[in-house]
Design a protein around this ligand. Structure first.
Ligand code: GSH
Length: 255
């Protein structure tokens, strides 16, 4: 297959857009990047390809695909793992072969996992930042939700001492592509220079959600995920929002 012409309309600091960047890097697909300033009104040409005016928007040989989860799934579907006659994987891919029952089960598990992360953990994380929650409260809330809703789903990420990705995969799956940007938030915000989340979060996770902690650390260290992180931008901008909310809470209490 000739290399497709791929254009990604993006803002690299947007976690949803980062999903597309991670998928493209992991699949080894070259692409052109068009920067969209989401703080400014969208231009007509952008609204014509994506009426929501959002990033990411993907143009794949001229076909427009929007919504980050759909963009990443599309890229994985369009570039599946292919096996050689000897059963070895011949090129990068994010899913098991499309037509196998194992592949279908793996995709269902990934979809369930990503939904749990986005519907249970993400709102807690955003709430902590937007409401300026204290370290004690935020550690408790995050560890509670991760221990209850995510940890049980990561049973196969470590296998006889071998460290794996979702479902026991040796390489990144769509689960890591779709959740990676939010893991980068967590593992950046615990750093002392940002301090939005308590440094104790990591040790609490090691005790109550050890699979999540070691899997998350492995994911954020992976080149395909890590390359999207402008740590200073993410750390400083989320810290600024959190500190603003902390100050607002304090002034309300003092009133
Ligand atoms: N559900 C969308 C969310 C994308 C999104 O919210 N992108 C933000 C930037 S992080 C955006 O484009 N905001 C501009 C706007 O909504 O006008 C997806 O997953 O692609």
């Amino acid at each position: 297959m000739a290399s497709p012409q791929i254009i990604l309309y993006t803002n690299p600091n947007c976690p949803w857009a980062q999903r597309a960047h991670i998928a493209l890097k992991e699949l080894g697909l070259p692409y052109e990047e068009v920067f969209i300033d989401v703080e400014k009104p969208r231009e007509d040409w952008h609204l014509a390809i994506n009426p929501k005016g959002q990033v990411p928007t993907l143009s794949y040989d001229g076909t427009i695909i929007t919504e980050s989860g759909i963009v990443a799934q599309f890229l994985a579907d369009a570039h599946p793992v292919t096996e050689t006659g000897t059963g070895t994987v011949s090129k990068a891919g994010l899913l098991l072969p499309l037509n196998s029952l194992d592949g279908a089960i793996q995709r269902a598990r990934i979809a369930y996992f990503v939904d749990a992360c986005v519907s249970k953990v993400y709102p807690v994380l955003v709430g902590i930042i937007m409401n300026g929650e204290s370290h004690n409260t935020s550690t408790e809330r995050l560890v509670d939700v991760i221990e209850k809703d995510i940890e049980p789903l990561l049973a196969l990420t470590s296998d006889e001492g071998r460290e794996r990705f979702f479902g026991g995969s040796e390489s990144l799956t769509l689960a890591e592509v779709l959740v990676g940007p939010f893991l980068l938030w967590i593992f950046t915000l615990v750093k002392t220079e940002y301090g939005v989340l308590s440094g104790d979060l990591v040790s609490a996770l090691q005790i109550r959600a050890p699979r999540f902690e070691s899997w998350g650390a492995r994911v954020v260290a992976h080149e395909s995920v890590r390359h999207v992180l402008d740590e200073e931008w993410v750390g400083k901008s989320l810290k600024g929002r959190w500190e603003g909310a902390v100050a607002k809470r304090k002034s309300k209490v003092e009133e």
